[in-house]
Write a protein that binds this ligand. Structure first.
Ligand code: JCH
Length: 236
């Protein structure tokens, strides 16, 4: 299966994406596993002020991002990955919720383009236009039911969730299918079981005896029970 190898992010705050050069993602870039481009939306404006927003039709508070700078920016970054399908991710609190299953699905895309709005968001005709443009797939995505100031932090979250799944990015690939939200009980995904490491006793707290028993069957059974009770007792 083909995997993502190019990400482009369009934003009016390119510095917000600086953390992409650190840690796991930075190493994936340095190793040549992925390419990332960060693009300033204002580079696509023609007026001296670099205007990217305007008042909403129909009235109401706040400003809405104008469609044309977005159209120019998206057309330009699409040319950076010729001959593959472009998947445009528009961040919005109203989008499809990010889950581990969605992150896994997005690893199959060859070119992901993240549109990071600000203000009250982007004129919806940008999503509508590219949804009907040949060579594009469009998704509106949210990372959870709370309101951020813009799409940049949501993009960091989604990119990290995807990139750590790509072959070669994590040293120990078996740690991927054992972890939180991939542990399964039949069809249901479970949260992680609790972890312990040395020392055996710390500030009066002991490691459960079963984990010191060397009995791998009992350990697996205990971990599954812990994961189930944590899943069922988690608030909301
Ligand atoms: C965003 C905003 C009030 C939007 C502008 C662009 C994503 N999960 C998640 N939470 N928040 C976002 C997100 C993504 C992109 C943008 N804003 C700010 C503020 C709005 O309506 C009341 C909509 C927020």
């Amino acid at each position: 299966m083909s995997k993502v190898n190019r990400f482009d992010v369009i934003t009016i705050f390119p510095d917000y994406l600086a953390p992409l050069n650190l840690s796991l993602i930075g190493r994936a870039i340095d190793a040549g596993l992925i390419e990332i481009g960060i693009h300033d939306l204002r580079d696509q404006t023609s007026d001296v002020h670099g205007s990217v927003d305007d008042t909403p039709y129909g009235g109401g508070a706040g400003m809405v991002m104008s469609p044309e700078p977005w159209g120019k920016a998206i057309d330009a970054v699409a040319e950076l990955a010729p001959g593959v399908e472009h998947e445009l991710i528009v961040l919005t609190p109203a989008g499809e919720k990010l889950t581990q299953d969605l992150a896994i699905e997005l690893t199959s895309s060859k070119h992901l383009i993240f549109a990071c709005g600000r203000y009250e968001g982007i004129d919806v005709r940008v999503s509508d236009y590219y949804a009907n443009a040949s060579g594009f797939k469009v998704r509106e995505v949210s990372i959870g039911d709370y309101v951020l100031g813009g799409g940049e932090v949501a993009t960091l979250v989604i990119m990290e969730a995807i990139i750590r799944l790509l072959p070669g990015v994590i040293g120990n690939p078996s740690s991927l299918d054992e972890e939180s939200h991939t542990l399964r009980d039949g069809d249901d995904s479970l949260v992680e079981y609790p972890n312990y490491t040395k020392p055996k006793e710390w500030r009066g707290l002991s490691v459960p005896d079963v984990l010191l028993s060397g009995n791998h069957g009992e350990i697996a059974k205990w971990r599954l029970e812990q994961a189930k009770s944590r899943t069922n007792n988690r608030p909301k």
